[in-house]
Design a protein around this ligand. Structure first.
Ligand code: AMP
Length: 281
């Protein structure tokens, strides 16, 4: 596996690969890799000739009081995991290289980005769409891989790609979980032992909500109530939001008709975690 930290070197390599007619799959990440990331690299390996996994902790997508500075980083560990996952190129530019002095350009997707996580994290999605745009321009992938764990991110990226006529296929990949159900996340490392135990309630609440819908409950408010009540039993968990929304436009639904997304964000101690599940009535 090649490790590349310079944008010009990445661009030169991409030019060569394109000349050879190779297709490129891009898996954008913020590093501290886990099986959730690697599952996407494996999927990319099946469908594209060359797999590029980017590791970049993007300062633009963190709010002023968020965890940018202390976000877990371990490039050696990432290198090992990426190699084992069949990644061909790990692209890890520095923040200075991505945003040199005088950088002023941003990409904004309206509307979709004001809901759910966008409501609690103003500016977050502008940071995401800006960096993903830059990565798309540098790596020129045929396919971009994104995790369904960040369901809103997938919806926002798809919208950006459509609106800006980008010739890139976006693939949403399933959520990978720990054996006990907790969605894998680089941020799980922040959790103390009691927090880690209580964090399980997030997945349990989603499962309970999905089961209710399957049993015939259609009223979104009642389903959300049940999930909220379960989470409220845990003293270390504070709900940011739980919403049942349309899978495409992320608008709240009051009645679950066929398919909907139940998405949540919660603070477990000081750590903000997200999770979601698709419910089918
Ligand atoms: P991150 O490094 O957390 O910014 O995530 C990079 C990409 O990996 C995003 O597309 C995430 O949705 C995806 N991802 C993170 N955790 C998981 C998971 N547990 N299962 C599947 N994909 C994930």
């Amino acid at each position: 596996m090649k490790l590349i930290d310079s944008i010009p070197r990445m661009s030169t390599l991409v030019k060569m690969l394109k000349k050879e007619g190779k297709s490129i799959g891009l898996v954008p990440t913020m590093g501290y890799l886990h099986e959730g990331h690697i599952s996407m690299a494996r999927a990319a390996k099946k469908h594209t000739d060359v797999v590029v996994l980017s590791v970049f902790v993007n300062p633009l997508q963190f709010g002023p009081n968020e965890d940018y500075k202390r976000y877990p980083r371990d490039i050696k560990h990432d290198e090992e995991l990426a190699t084992s996952g069949g990644v061909d190129i790990m692209f890890c530019p520095s923040a200075e290289e991505m945003y040199p002095d005088g950088y002023v350009t941003h990409v904004t997707v309206d509307s979709l980005t004001n809901l759910l996580c966008g409501a609690s994290r103003p500016g977050h999605f502008q940071g995401v769409t800006t960096v993903v745009n830059k990565l798309f321009n540098i790596v020129k992938p045929n396919v971009g891989y994104f995790g369904q764990k960040d369901a809103q991110q997938v919806a926002v990226i798809r919208k950006m790609v459509r609106d800006l006529n980008m010739d890139i296929e976006i693939k949403a990949m399933p959520i990978i979980r720990e054996r006990d159900g907790l969605a894998m996340s680089s941020r799980n490392v922040y959790l103390s032992e009691p927090e880690r135990k209580e964090a399980l309630v997030l997945h349990q609440a989603l499962e309970k909500a999905a089961a209710l819908a399957k049993l015939g409950e259609r009223d979104a408010k009642r389903i959300v109530r049940v999930a909220k009540d379960l989470i409220a039993q845990k003293s270390l968990v504070r709900i940011d939001y739980i919403s049942i929304v349309d899978t495409k436009d992320l608008r709240d639904v009051s009645v679950v008709s066929e398919e909907a997304l139940i998405a949540l964000a919660a603070f477990v101690g000081k750590t903000r975690l997200i999770d979601n599940i698709i419910i089918k009535a």
